[in-house]
Structure formats: structure tokens, C-alpha cells
Design a protein around this ligand. Structure first.
Ligand code: MLT
Length: 309
């Protein structure tokens, strides 16, 4: 009977709007990607995909909400590297990261960009790294909560330079970027998705990218490795999740709608224009996503053996 009910549910799915949780503030990269993909998924599923920003605690508050939701496909979550890193960083999570989520498919991957406020005195990455080393904690660096990409990028940078900067936490890089533009903080590491439009509008300054190669859309900006930080690489990725226990047919329908969005040339161009990439179809199945997620949880647990929160 339970199987028959699940089968009938999947046949009619979705019969009402779907909530896509964004675990960071509106206006940031996760929100931008969710809205782009969500709009296309709404059209192919024939039901509205409604974005709900549940920000806080480096993206773990939104993840906790998904873990508590009914496993019926009507509540899904967009998340990134921080969902895996959070398992190592947080000792007080209300969910078991390895067991609470059903991966639905990978979306995009791309680098971050080291940015400063417009009137920061440095003009090249060499000048910036020198100033940061000399000024130490007098330099402020914004992030989007402990475990966010911006936070992890800032930590890697401080470790590579052997300095301790003053970190300023926000509920997403949307509000962090606003303060960077307003000159209230000195530095921010943001995903290219939201950094590139601001760099092009010259509201902030860009110094280096965190990928191994330069970005075609920012070809004048060196990599951190080219700037002398040997082996520095940080590439972030987003994926979609449902609660664990969501019926396989429903997972299949949600993955199908995601795949369709990522096959749309207009959407692919929107990604490429801001320096981020759509995963190839072979890596977009729930299984491939699950394998990457499990591997990344293990990596972060080995890098951070004891929770800091
Ligand atoms: C956001 O949307 O605010 C970001 O994905 C935050 C981050 O992890 O840096």
C-alpha cells in the first residue's frame, strides 16, 4: 500500500508550488543561481518554484530547515561547499550531514575573486598582499558566516600569508558586497557570479582569482598562484538537495527539471558571462552528486578534525 501511495504521489508530482530554500541572504550568488534555475524548473514542472531565503549560521540554518521538511519533493535546498564543510566545522548541528539529504544534482562550479573596496590603497595583487601582511588585524575581511565559501576562502588566504585579519560576518555575500561597495569593510572573497558584474561596473576593485587558470571574463586579473601563493586553488560548487527519503520518482522528476534548465543555452550563457560553469551532463545525476558530496564531507573532516562552533 505504501509503495502504491508513493507511486501515485510521484505520478501527480508536483501538484502544488515547490519551495526552494536559499541558505544565504538575497542578492548573493546562491540566491542568483537559485532564481535563474528555479525559473526554468517552474516552467518545466508546471508549478511555481518559490525561493525562500533562510539565512544564518553559514548556511546551516537553511540546511536544518530542509532536514526537518517532509520528504515529498515540495521543499528543496540549493547549497554549496559549505554544506559539506559544515559537518566538520559545526559540533552543534541538528542534522547528520551524511544522512539527512537526498542529492538531486550538481549545478555549477567556479572560482572566487579577491576584492577590495574601491578606495583601498593597493592597486595590484602584489601591493595588496604586502599591505595585508604589514597591517594584519587592521585589515577587515567580510564573509557570509562560519563555513561559507567567503569564510573558507578568507581562511585559506590568511593561512597562506601567515596573517590574522579581522573577520566581519554577514548573512550572505549579498549584504557583505553592499558594505564593501559602501567602504565599510576592506576585503571580500566572493564568487565570480556576483563579483563579475560589480567589477565590470567598477564599484569595487578585483585583485586575483582563486582558480588554477585565469577567467576568460576577467583576463587581466591574475590567479593567486600567479601572485606567488603556490598551490592556492579554491573552486566552489552548488547542488540541489531534497530531504533523505524522498521517493526516487520524485527525485527523478526534480533532476529532470534541473537538467533541462542546465541544457538551456540562454542559462548556460548567463553562467559563462559571470565566470562560472555548468557541470557536464555526465556529472549531473543524483548519484554523481552524492559521490561528490560524500567525498567532500570526508575532505573537510580531514582538514578540520575538530568542530570550531
Ligand atoms: C551567498 O549566496 O551569500 C554565498 O553563497 C555565500 C558564501 O558562501 O560565500
Amino acid at each position: 500500500l505504501a509503495l502504491a501511495t508513493a507511486g501515485a504521489q510521484a505520478q501527480t508530482f508536483p501538484s502544488r508550488p515547490i519551495t526552494m530554500i536559499v541558505p544565504f541572504a538575497a542578492g548573493g550568488p546562491s540566491d542568483a543561481i537559485a532564481r535563474l534555475v528555479g525559473q526554468s524548473m517552474s516552467a518545466s514542472l508546471g508549478q511555481q518554484v518559490v525561493i525562500e531565503n533562510i539565512a544564518g549560521a553559514g548556511g546551516t540554518a537553511g540546511a536544518a530547515r530542509l532536514a526537518k521538511a517532509a520528504p515529498d519533493g515540495y521543499t528543496i535546498l540549493i547549497h554549496h561547499v559549505a554544506l559539506a564543510a559544515g559537518a566538520a566545522l559545526y559540533g552543534n548541528l541538528t542534522y547528520e550531514t551524511t544522512n539527512a539529504f537526498a542529492p538531486l544534482g550538481l549545478i555549477n562550479y567556479g572560482p572566487m575573486v579577491l576584492l577590495s573596496k574601491k578606495d583601498y590603497p593597493a592597486n595590484t595583487i602584489a601591493e595588496l598582499l604586502k599591505m595585508v601582511k604589514e597591517n594584519g588585524a587592521k585589515t577587515t575581511i567580510a564573509h557570509a558566516g562560519v563555513g561559507s565559501n567567503a569564510h573558507l576562502c578568507g581562511l585559506l588566504l590568511q593561512k597562506a600569508l601567515g596573517v590574522t585579519l579581522t573577520e566581519v560576518g554577514y548573512r550572505g555575500t549579498g549584504p557583505a558586497m553592499n558594505d564593501l561597495m559602501g567602504g565599510q569593510v576592506d576585503l571580500l572573497c566572493d564568487q565570480s557570479t556576483t563579483a563579475v558584474p560589480q567589477i565590470q561596473a567598477a564599484t569595487i576593485k578585483a585583485f586575483a582569482v582563486t582558480s588554477k587558470e585565469r577567467l576568460p571574463v576577467l583576463k587581466d586579473i591574475p590567479t593567486l598562484e600567479q601572485a606567488g601563493l603556490k598551490g592556492f586553488e579554491f573552486v566552489i560548487w552548488h547542488g540541489l538537495y531534497a530531504p533523505k527519503g524522498t521517493p526516487a520518482d520524485v527525485v527523478g522528476k526534480l533532476n529532470g527539471a534541473l537538467q533541462k534548465a542546465l541544457n538551456d543555452e540562454a542559462i548556460v550563457k548567463r553562467f559563462v558571462d559571470v565566470g562560472t560553469n555548468v557541470f557536464p551532463p555526465s556529472e549531473r545525476s543524483p548519484d554523481a552528486h552524492g559521490a561528490r558530496f560524500a567525498a567532500e564531507i570526508a575532505v573537510w573532516k580531514s582538514v578540520i578534525p575538530k568542530p570550531v562552533n
